[in-house]
Design a protein around this ligand. Structure first.
Ligand code: ADP
Ligand code: MG
Ligand code: ZN
Length: 489
């Protein structure tokens, strides 16, 4: 048992996720500035998003529409009436000294999302504006502490941001990752966001606490920030569980605080102590009218929702003939679309599944990357499957082909040509090798003739060896038995 297993025997992790998603609208939340990523600093700004005195915000309808769609996809109730609120704080990345957000009147409440048959409650989905981006220059860490100076870019300030908050219903690192994976798929399906964690368009805060197994009381949580990939979600939870268990077992208390996740070490370090809602002096935003979504409009958005990932998965279970647990596993591993494409290119669903969830997944795990980033494409897998089915490659050779594809970036046919990986199935060539093996091993051949069929394995082995592993083993086996007058099977 690993150390973590020991911890988990005693303590139950309790996890709640806050996910911020930049919506894919063309313009910002309260002004007409562009939202395009990567422009030179401070070129997508105007008096509104710079917070200049006298400027007034106007809400972006497309952002409200996306937020309602997200709420509907997450089984939320849509508020008949809600308001924006000012969240007051002073920080250079927020030029108004307040963020327009939603507080006690969010647009969507009380939903759920189902992960592997378990429901995770969605507390709220609300709309706010993103902050600018600070760049801390000098110092080792890129953080404000120890920096020589800081720069700020307001291009991001005012981009519509949806916050999706779960109830503390998640109980493992894997489930936390699965939740973000599913949420990301839903958002992508809705077209609401490009959900690029590496560009910050989807960002997670991971709240973690422990409680003794069997207890129903919540422990004190730490809120981990800077969790920028799916793998980091899992690692951050693992680290927090270990850290908190060690403290609790040493008789210490958990401090409620925000913590910073470090990608390079997989650890968290303490950040600021957690502020309370009252510190933000929330009050209703006086410069914006309330939102009262027309029920008919909400109904039309509900009718127009695209097929959601969970529905698509159940449909695929039927059409691909795979077990729903397989389809769930593919979703978790992020290979479902790769499998579907591989099947569309002619592979059988079972073979496509075996490669993407088996050998290729193992290689991806070993390299700490996603299977989709190995450099192997559905076309490669489909080609290899076709060659195996035709008897041109053995399973072992197929793996060698993927070795070559991954290490050289060439396609399977190039690797096969270069490495001479071709299985011989042609009976003339194999028959000659079988005759040689029988002639060289008369004792074994006699045993087989006398009915000891199992002894034929040694002859097959001799042929395989003579042909340096490139013979089609099934054909060789059949030929050996035929030559020795024993019926196959
Ligand atoms: P804040 O803005 O203070 O972080 P929110 O209500 O926005 O508060 O988010 C709190 C998040 O923390 C939610 O996802 C909630 O489920 C989660 N949470 C609350 N209490 C606990 C706890 N004891 N352990 C783990 N997660 C918790
Ligand atoms: Mg929070
Ligand atoms: Zn602007």
């Amino acid at each position: 048992m690993s150390v973590l297993d020991d911890v988990l025997a005693t303590w139950e992790p309790v996890i709640g996720m806050e996910t911020h998603v930049e919506l894919g609208t063309a313009s910002k939340m309260f002004c007409g500035c562009s939202t395009v990523f990567g422009a030179p600093p401070n070129t997508h700004v105007c008096p509104v998003c710079l917070g200049l005195p006298g400027s007034l915000p106007v809400a972006n309808e497309a952002a409200i529409r996306y937020t309602v769609m997200i709420g509907l996809a997450l089984n939320c109730s849509i508020a008949p009436w809600c308001r924006f609120a000012r969240k007051n704080y002073f920080y250079p990345d927020m030029p108004k000294n307040y963020q327009i957000s939603q507080y006690d009147e969010p647009l969507c409440v009380d939903g759920w999302i189902e992960i592997d048959g378990e429901r995770i409650g969605i507390e709220r989905v609300h709309l706010e504006e993103d902050t600018g981006k600070s760049l801390h220059v000098g110092g080792a860490t890129g953080r404000i502490h120890g920096a020589d100076y800081s720069l700020v870019d307001y291009n991001r300030a005012g981009i519509p941001l949806v916050e999706i908050v779960t109830r503390p219903d998640i109980h493992s690192a894997e489930a936390a990752r699965a939740y973000v994976t599913e949420l990301r798929d839903i958002l992508r399906t809705l077209g609401a966001s490009d959900v690029k964690m590496e560009e910050g368009s989807l960002r997670c805060d991971v709240n973690v606490s422990l409680r003794p197994r069997g207890s129903s009381v919540l422990g004190t949580r730490a809120e981990v920030k800077n969790v920028n990939s799916l793998r980091s979600v899992e690692r951050a939870v693992r680290h927090e569980v270990g850290r908190q268990a060690a403290r609790l077992e040493a008789g210490e208390r958990i401090v409620q605080e925000t913590r910073h996740f470090h990608e390079n070490t997989g650890t968290t370090t303490e950040g600021r102590s957690k502020e309370e809602a009252q510190d933000y002096r929330y009050f209703p935003e006086p410069d914006l009218v309330p939102i009262a979504p027309d029920p008919a409009w909400v109904a039309s958005l509900r009718d127009g929702l695209p097929e959601l990932p969970s529905v698509r998965r159940s449909r695929l279970v039927g059409s691909l003939g795979l077990a729903s647990s397989d389809v769930d596993a593919m979703t978790r591993a992020g290979v479902l679309d790769l499998v579907i494409e591989t099947v569309a290119l002619g592979a059988s669903a079972a073979e496509a599944r075996n490669w993407w969830l088996g050998d290729l997944q193992a290689r991806a795990n070993a390299a700490s990357v996603d299977a989709g980033d190995l450099g192997v494409t559905p076309a490669h897998v489909a080609r290899v499957c076709a060659l195996v089915a035709a008897g041109d490659l053995s399973a072992t050779m197929a793996k060698a082909v993927f070795d070559g594809v991954i290490s050289t970036g060439s396609d399977p046919d190039a690797v096969i040509a270069e490495r001479g990986l071709k299985q011989v199935s042609e009976e003339g060539a194999l028959g000659a090798a079988v005759d040689d093996a029988i002639a060289a091993n008369p004792d074994i051949a006699a045993k087989v003739r006398d009915g000891k069929v199992a002894a034929a394995g040694a002859l097959v082995g001799a042929v395989m060896k003579a042909m340096r592993g490139q013979a089609n083993a099934a054909t060789v086996n059949r030929l050996v038995l035929e030559r020795l007058g024993v019926a196959d099977g």
